[in-house]
Design a protein around this ligand. Structure first.
Ligand SMILES: [Zn+2]
Length: 84
């Protein structure tokens, strides 16, 4: 009998904000992406290993790591600036 362990990383865009990108110096949409890595057993995701948040520029693709406080701030900003 053998067990097949591995890991799988998934990404989800949780917010989109606009500001001047630090890489391309252009006003562009910035995607706040949640990257989750999970342990898999026979290719089935089971336990979370790590979760990171990154900011990815939609124009140039430049990415920057975000802290939990920065992610919370972007969500609050999006909620306050939501247009009805
Ligand atoms: Zn950029």
């Amino acid at each position: 009998m053998f067990l097949l362990f591995g890991s799988r990383t998934s990404e989800a865009v949780i917010n989109i904000v606009s500001f001047v990108c630090g890489y391309c110096h252009t006003m562009a949409e910035q995607h706040v992406v949640k990257r989750s890595t999970r342990v898999t057993l026979f290719f089935i995701p089971l336990l979370p290993l790590s979760t990171k948040h990154v900011n990815v520029c939609a124009r140039c693709g430049g990415s920057t790591s975000l802290s939990t406080a920065q992610v919370r701030h972007s969500l609050e900003w999006a909620q306050a600036n939501r247009r009805l």
